[in-house]
Design a protein around this ligand. Sequence first.
Ligand SMILES: Nc1nc2c(ncn2[C@@H]2O[C@H](COP(=O)(O)OP(=O)(O)OP(=O)(O)O)[C@@H](O)[C@H]2O)c(=O)[nH]1
Ligand SMILES: [Mg+2]
Length: 617
Amino acid sequence: MQVIATAGHVDHGKSTLIRALTGMDPDRWETEQRRGLTIDLGDAWLTLPSGEQIAFVDVPGHERFVPNMLAGVCPVAAVMFVVAADEGWMPQSAEHLAVIDALGIRRGLLVVTRSDLADPGPALSQASRLIAASGLGEVEALAVSAVTGEGLPALVAALDRLAGSLPAPDPGAPVRIWVERAFSIAGSGTVVTGTLPAGTVRRGDELVVTPSMRPVRVRGIQALGEPADELTGPARAALNLRGASHDRLCRGMALVYPGRWTLTDVIDVRLTAAGPADGLRLPRTLTLHAGTARTVAKVRQLGGSVARLVLREPIPLHVGDHVLLRDPGASRAAGHQAPAPDGAPDGARQHPAVHGAVVLDVSPPPLSRRGAGGSAAAELASWPDPPTAADLLHRHGVLRASALLAMGISEHPDAVSGEWLADPGYWSELAGRLGEAVTAQVGREPLAPGLSLDAARAALGLPDRRLVDALVQPPLRVRDGLIQITPQEGAGPAADLPATVLAAVQVVLADLAAAPFASPDADRLRHLGLDPRAIAAAERAGLLLRISDQIVLAPGADALAGRVLAGLPQPFTAAEARIALQTTRRVAIPLLEFLDRAGVTLRLPDDRRKLVSQPAG
Ligand SMILES: Nc1nc2c(ncn2[C@@H]2O[C@H](COP(=O)(O)OP(=O)(O)OP(=O)(O)O)[C@@H](O)[C@H]2O)c(=O)[nH]1
Ligand SMILES: [Mg+2]
């Protein structure tokens, strides 16, 4: 199936042409039929000689209903542009063409209808020229009469060529159906209609409704009046939903695959060719149209053609989406202008009311620094359309793969940690900054055991501690949640200790060399400047053995004690151990407890001990 929207000025014969082609009346409402005026979108379809089916979305031409026209045209890939032979190019011809151009629709047909009322020649040449100057470019052009049927077989053949030439969108693309209508059918419940531009919906699928993100389940699918188990875009779809009452659904909401779209109210965009040239100021507030959604956008032009839009309501978007900005006031003024004179250089592009925009970033960083807007504009100006994972990573530094997927990008470089992706340049800069932060910490507090992962995360401004973990590379290492600098090989274990601590430790070790279990007392340690932090640092450097907070010995003293105690009759008392070790009770008791904990000695119920193993070393 292909989906083609009509376009063209009010009363130029769009709906009559659809009726003549399909035998179906796209004007559903009694008011529309009575007044001969399309108000809302209409559906009709046709099977072409090739077997391909075309679903038409018939749009209203009246300027008051341009928002409805936009809702119908937004998600389609091709248009059938209708101009009446007897009236020629008119204001909404120009506005519709500007809309089509701004939305990035690049395929279509020109049909000059009512050619039984006037020579279609002038309208054909004028409209062809104006369309050729727009993004639609050169399109096939035909003259028909919906009343006499003249030209209709040729139009069907041209539609077949157009349908056959349209690119096939990805059947695996994430689903987004902008809600056009929601209603209730007795016996079936809630039904939602809209265009499925790409991807596949299946019966039983779970979708979420934006902006509430409430889940709904697809109970049934209808397309072109027939039930279907699944539907692949492009298609016109009617979905029967479970989990939502029709009065909680309305035009402007969307049904989307969970996790595959970013619901956003701040976006950075590039204004496209139909919009302002450099230097042109946009109004501060415009109406933004995306799919069937319409919301107020506060416009901040950042420089060149880049702008930040702050939306009143959040909508589900991908980078690369085409959205439209419209100034309803300017449109009314334009609507009363005389039609563009034949031979005007570029009627469509002069239209003041409509600006196209391509979404570049759906979760842009805040612009808080001075000059941030200008540098953002400079960076975004160079981005391709649509932007790539590399572009977004360059801007954001790090992103989760799932966030990138919700931005509409599934291809990305390998993760640096878990599902985190990083810009390569930023990542190596971070590694450098982490090294500096740890070195600075060691310089500030030489005796601190290291920089905590959380402190490092905060210092680097990263969103997740696991990123810091992944940044730790030799000579950095993580011990007990602290980042330390691994002592350089050959530099000795004491390389990181300040000279004063090192000197004090040498004094203690010299004392202990003569009397290995005569641990210096608290006064002596204080006098030497060895506070608990210094002792802990010396222990980490492997220079001291800390038996308890108060008792330090030389490394290997535990093994020596084991050998001494092995020479005693087993089991032995604490007093016998103290005498054998030639030390005091102050040292002997904590030392024996230390050896108990290390599994070297075993304390018996009668408080005596026996040696059970030799300490390592
Ligand atoms: N003679 C003649 N009249 C036509 C032809 N096509 C449409 N008309 C008449 O033109 C008038 C407008 O036709 P519609 O089909 O309602 O026009 P429309 O473009 O759908 O109008 P809106 O939806 O309101 O924008 C009707 O009175 C039609 O009968 C044609 O080929 N020949
Ligand atoms: Mg109509």
